[in-house]
Write a protein that binds this ligand. Structure first.
Ligand code: SF4
Length: 103
């Protein structure tokens, strides 16, 4: 069964759906995911795009893996919001917090 088929699939606490970006959901976000993970994996194309956007915390391995290091806070955070929202990597697009908050 595909993880991206159907409505929402919970995997390790991560909802792998394609949620609508909503002002209410985004306003409640404290960007803990953009601060809490050590890195996000990139495609080679995303690596090049983030390099073009001025990323300083890029890394790659000799076996062909590309990363944006985000430990202690992604350099593209603008407050609690993504400062490169339209250009954010695919892995960031797929991620949404599994918890919801009440306002
Ligand atoms: S690129 Fe944007 S969404 Fe991805 S970790 Fe950085 S601030 Fe968060």
């Amino acid at each position: 069964m595909s993880l991206f088929h159907g409505h929402k699939t919970l995997l390790h606490g991560i909802l792998l759906d394609h949620p609508e970006d909503g002002a209410e959901r985004c306003a409640a976000c404290d960007a803990s995911c953009c601060r809490g993970f050590p890195s996000v994996e990139l495609t080679a194309g995303e690596y090049a795009e983030l390099e073009r956007l001025g990323a300083k915390r890029l890394a790659f391995t000799l076996d062909g893996r590309f990363y944006l290091l985000i430990e202690d806070g992604c350099e593209f955070l603008d407050g609690n919001r993504c400062g490169i929202y339209q250009q954010r990597p695919a892995i960031c697009r797929r991620f949404t917090c599994s918890t919801t908050r009440s306002a």
